[in-house]
Write a protein of this length. Sequence first.
Length: 236
Amino acid sequence: MIELRNVSKTFTLHNQNSAVIKVINDVSLSVGRGECVALTGSSGAGKSTLMRMIYGNYLTQSGQILIDGIDLVQAEPRDVIALRRETLGYVSQFLRVVPRVPTLDVVAEPLRAVGASASDAQARAKELLAQLNIPQRLWSLSPTTFSGGEQQRVNIARGFAHPYPAMLLDEPTASLDAANREVVLSLIEEAKACGAAIIGIFHDEAARARACDREIDVGKFTPGLSSSSGAAGQSK
Ligand code: ADP
Ligand code: ADP
């Protein structure tokens, strides 16, 4: 479902003599349906960068990133947009929303985007918000003024509303209390049972061990700092 072939990523630091740092070096991996794989490695190892690459966020890079057979490196922008709508979910660390949109609509939106009726989408949104212990009085308000923990739970509810066959989870259990962490772990379990291929970053070792079937140490693909002059403008 998710397959990387010889993927590398360098950043060119324009404010530092165009030094080139290679953050990801020649990663190949494959995640099948019903499987959750953890990205591990120390801070700065490149976990978030690799996850953003798998979401198709970098235009120029080497190697292949195949999501359900579609190569994100070669895909047209509209194909990436369609893939993100239908196939590839991403729960980032922070909620980003359009101001003034009620929480219920924020969570229902991914289902509306794939053609679900308003009532079906709202029913699923209500179910998730209740599961994640967001009080009903908040559902009609925009989440922009919610606490950090509430926003994170709204973000997770939205991320799990549509049953994506491939999912990327960036610290989905960070800063949640034990009860809500359990809810997230059960949502992951459910998604796996429905055949989702999941890649996650989990700081919390216990949560990682429970959610994930195996681990990939991104650190072993981090070659460290190299320098090169005259490479300005080339970010590969
Ligand atoms: P992790 O998620 O494992 O903590 P990151 O993927 O956030 O690691 O970062 C990996 C390395 O790439 C770090 O050294 C970071 O400074 C660098 N990096 C990430 N994004 C950029 C960028 N846009 N430009 C330059 N360097 C970056
Ligand atoms: P984090 O909250 O994990 O730090 P970032 O803010 O670094 O995530 O976002 C990672 C990347 O994913 C960014 O390049 C951002 O543009 C993209 N992104 C995040 N959320 C969405 C979304 N809902 N739709 C499209 N792109 C998104």
